[in-house]
Design a protein around this ligand. Structure first.
Ligand code: AMP
Ligand code: ZN
Length: 459
């Protein structure tokens, strides 16, 4: 079965045919680096990683581009409010540049811990100012822009089909006036370049043909995607909240400049849901990957949890579900480890079963179920292991790198266990019980197995 993906633009499951044979260009909207990523954001990057791994599983060479939004993302989608990075800088006393660098590093560390493959190209909005200015200049020359008191705006009324991605109903929007207009002519119009106002009030600002200022959030992605992948590439993805505004606006800009809808496929991941207070990045009170690690949870247990839900279904996060995922992963790891050395080629029938699931719009929950079925199958252990490691190239659970922790028993415990064995042979049951008690006191339980006594930690 060939890879089929659900394209939000056409609202349909379509077979994936790369624009250039054997290759896939993939752009994923990256984080706004004014704070740590929360586990909801990370669910979206796990979905993108699952997509990239599925493309690679199908033998495609992926060029994966991810941006870092370090300027221009305002606190309100209606182009009003503060720049998130500048606002954080003022609150913390650190420079906007330091804030962006600090949270970019933290994000990279989160990706590494979740075994998310690093993108082929990282790109920062602040390093692509010239490209953004050139893009806006082109839109201006084509008559798509107008100027207000605070910036240069994109005139969405000039474009037939604006908002098709979101199936936007313009009439309702205008009549209801649900969006703050400010100086905008239409609620859907959006900022391409915002003027600084008082020079020097902002830390991140640049000269432009329109005056000192900074780029809008949407132009960043159109300009960087075009620079690194071209004006029409294979797949653009992000979280489902981007459909209505951010991605609709990226498409509008690129369509106005080049007549393309930027990407052939538009994919969107559903949200992770948890208690309101724990998921709002702007309130500063949310669950980070680090919070889970502090509770002794392996970051890959969170990956396992996310694999268990299809990317287009929302996932309810609970501590209980996370603990179940952690024990599922532990069982999977030790079972795979118990298979011993990998031997021979991967089994083609099982590879096909697994591929059929990920090729069915990235059905990782069923792909994971196939992995469990493989372990129950009658294949020789070595072949099972080889096949499982191939599955893991898509699952990303680092199954081949896991080894059980070898418990080092304190000398005293070893000595008490030996004395207990001697006592048992001589049928001195009371002494044997006393010695078991001493071992327990040191934090270990003795299990009498067919292979002799074994100590396990009581922690
Ligand atoms: P941001 O750093 O706010 O620009 O968001 C980074 C990514 O996380 C975007 O693709 C968002 O769509 C996504 N995102 C935000 N909240 C959630 C959530 N609760 N669950 C899944 N993805 C989310
Ligand atoms: Zn974007």
């Amino acid at each position: 079965m060939t890879l089929h993906l659900y394209d939000t633009y056409s609202r349909s499951l379509r077979p994936f045919a790369p624009i250039a044979a054997g290759k896939a260009g993939l752009y994923a909207c990256g984080p706004t680096v004014y704070d740590y990523a929360h586990i909801g954001n990370l669910r979206t990057y796990l979905f993108v990683d699952g997509l990239r791994r599925a493309l690679e599983f199908n033998g495609l060479q992926v060029r994966h581009v991810m941006n870092i939004t370090d300027v221009g993302h305002l606190t309100s989608d209606a182009d009003s409010g503060d720049d998130k990075v500048e606002a954080r800088s003022r609150r913390s006393g650190k420079s906007a540049w330091d804030i962006a660098a600090e949270f970019t590093r933290a994000f990279e560390s989160d990706l590494h811990q979740l075994n998310i493959l690093p993108p082929t190209v990282w790109c920062r909005a602040t390093e692509h100012i010239a490209e953004q200015i050139a893009f806006i200049g082109d839109l201006e020359a084509k008559g798509y822009t107008y100027r207000t008191g605070d910036g240069i705006y994109f005139d969405t009324t000039r474009q037939d089909g604006y908002g098709k991605l979101a199936r936007l109903k313009r009439d309702g929007l205008q009549a209801g006036k649900r969006v703050a207009l400010g100086d905008k002519r239409d609620p859907c119009d959006f900022a391409l370049w915002k003027l600084s106002g008082v020079p020097g009030q902002r830390q991140m600002e640049w000269d432009s043909p329109w005056g000192l200022g900074f780029p809008g959030w949407h132009i960043e992605c159109s300009a960087m995607a075009e620079k690194h992948l071209g004006a029409y590439f294979d797949i653009h993805c992000g979280g489902e909240d981007h459909v209505a505004v951010h991605h609709s606006n990226e498409i509008a800009q690129t369509q106005a400049r080049h007549g393309t809808r930027l990407a052939n496929f538009w994919l969107h991941g559903a949200f992770l849901k948890t208690q309101e207070a724990k998921m709002s990045k702007s309130s500063g009170d949310f669950l980070r990957l680090h919070s889970l690690v502090e509770q002794g949870i392996d970051p890959l247990a969170y990956r396992y949890l996310c694999l268990g839900a299809h990317y287009r279904s929302s996932l309810n996060f609970t501590d209980e579900a996370l603990r179940a995922a952690a024990s599922g992963l532990a069982r999977l790891r030790s079972t795979v480890h118990g298979l011993g050395e990998a031997e021979g080629d991967a089994d083609t029938a099982w590879l096909a079963r697994f591929a059929a699931q990920i090729n069915d719009d990235l059905n990782y929950p069923r792909a994971l179920a196939e992995a469990w079925e493989l372990l129950k199958s009658a294949l020789p252990d070595g072949v099972k292991k080889t096949t499982m490691l191939r599955f893991d190239a898509a699952l990303g659970l680092r199954l081949g790198e896991w080894f059980p922790v070898v418990e080092v028993l304190p000398d005293a415990v070893l000595a008490w266990m030996a004395q207990r064995e001697a006592a048992r042979k001589e049928r001195r049951w009371g002494d044997a019980d006393t010695l078991r008690g001493l071992v327990r006191g040191a934090g270990f339980e003795i299990d009498d197995t067919a292979q002799g006594p074994r100590a396990r930690s009581l922690d």
